[in-house]
Design a protein around this ligand. Structure first.
Ligand SMILES: Cc1ncc(COP(=O)(O)O)c(C=O)c1O
Length: 361
């Protein structure tokens, strides 16, 4: 899966219109609320008449879009998220962006949208991040969160795939993520993903469909839901918008990529690192009864979520019906803390990038 991530050169075809004066403000850059402050520029490329037009980087700002925009009505809208970080040698690197490009294209294919060429995506992102690198918070752990969005732009209400599309990329400064231990409510009424559905890709609609369950859980004092499979409500699938790992009897286990789980880039990276660290990890269905029994027997030592935003976030409590499973969160010695540290070390260049996961800019 990993391919060498040699530096990407700016394409001569990429037109850049810079802001005349940066909007950067130290207070906003250093203490941003996640996803609420945007850097100066954005990338835009349109697909019209069966071809990608000339991509541009332009000042960040509103786009003029008609109310008949097909993506707003029928949901042909998919997105991605990954981070650009400073490395200890003073450089700048993206973490496994090719995986995000490949996943964007899997999402696009599932929604009958045309493919996005890899060079368009990677060159656009690389140039955008280079241009707005000053927006990366100076604080340790600061990053630029990169958010590509790809959507249908037909002005038409016919229920069919659009003929025109737009790819945009915006970036946000994000601070270090202090993963507070998560409290989860096992969800039995609503489903996130269905066999043959869209659970293994990233369309906007998946997230809207999860909001109500998350809000109801939050009203009961939980951070998010533990998604169970939507047909039997029996197997653990994901934790909010993260993949999930359980540590039972010293071995890690995570649900398999059976079509209803998002193939997270962090999940894949964590599995690789665990193998290297000598931690046994298995991908197999995890019935909720097994989780309850392991907890009752004292064998469930850790549960954690993994994803780009939090990297690795420990779970301190899972509520299933009348049962509340409490888990000790060990900041240093736990498997989750060790894996997190190893991943962070690679992302910032403190540890060798033996898998070619960094794309240096
Ligand atoms: C539903 C869901 N699961 C898992 C993840 C974690 O994926 P990744 O590690 O690629 O960020 C995400 C975030 O993209 C997500 O939205």
């Amino acid at each position: 899966m990993a391919r060498g991530c040699e530096g990407i050169r700016m394409s001569a075809l990429l037109a850049i219109r810079r802001v005349s004066k940066s909007r950067i403000s130290e207070s906003q850059r250093e203490n941003p609320e996640f996803g609420s402050v945007f850097s100066d520029h954005m990338f835009v490329a349109d697909y019209v008449g069966g071809h990608w037009g000339e991509p541009e980087i332009i000042p960040y700002g509103p786009m003029l879009l008609p109310p008949s925009l097909s993506a707003l009505h029928y949901g042909q809208s998919v997105f991605e998220g990954f981070r650009a970080r400073r490395t200890v040698d003073g450089g700048l690197a993206l973490f496994r962006p090719r995986e995000n490009h490949a996943r964007l294209n899997r999402s696009a294919a599932r929604l009958a949208m045309p493919e996005v060429p890899e060079s368009l995506f990677l060159e656009g992102v690389a140039e955008l991040v280079r241009l707005d690198r000053e927006w990366i918070p100076q604080r340790e752990g600061g990053a630029l969160y990169v958010r590509p969005l790809y959507f249908g732009t037909d002005e038409a209400l016919l229920v069919q795939p659009a003929k025109r599309y737009r790819l945009t990329v915006v970036t946000c400064p994000v601070g270090p993520y202090f993963a507070q231990p998560i409290r989860l409510l096992a969800e039995e009424s609503y489903g996130r993903a269905f066999p043959g559905g869209t659970g293994d890709i990233k369309p906007a609609g998946n997230y809207a469909a999860g909001f109500l369950a998350a809000r109801l859980a939050q009203e009961r004092g939980f951070h998010n839901v533990l998604w169970l499979d939507a047909t039997q409500h029996r197997f653990a699938e994901e934790c909010g918008v993260m993949n999930i790992f359980f540590v039972v009897g010293g071995e890690a286990v995570t649900p398999p990529l059976s079509g209803t789980i998002l193939p997270g880039v962090t999940r894949a990276s964590v599995l690789t690192l665990m193998a290297e660290m000598g931690i046994r990890a298995e991908e197999r269905p995890v019935p909720i009864e097994e989780v309850l029994d392991a907890h009752a027997a004292g064998n469930l030592t850790e549960v954690f979520g993994v994803g780009t935003a939090a990297t690795v976030a420990p779970v301190e409590c899972i509520r299933y019906r009348e049962r509340e499973l409490r888990l000790a969160v060990e900041p240093q010695s736990s498997i989750s803390a060790q894996v997190r540290e190893r991943l962070e070390a690679i992302q910032t260049g403190r540890a060798p990038d033996s898998h070619g996961w960094l794309m240096r800019l």
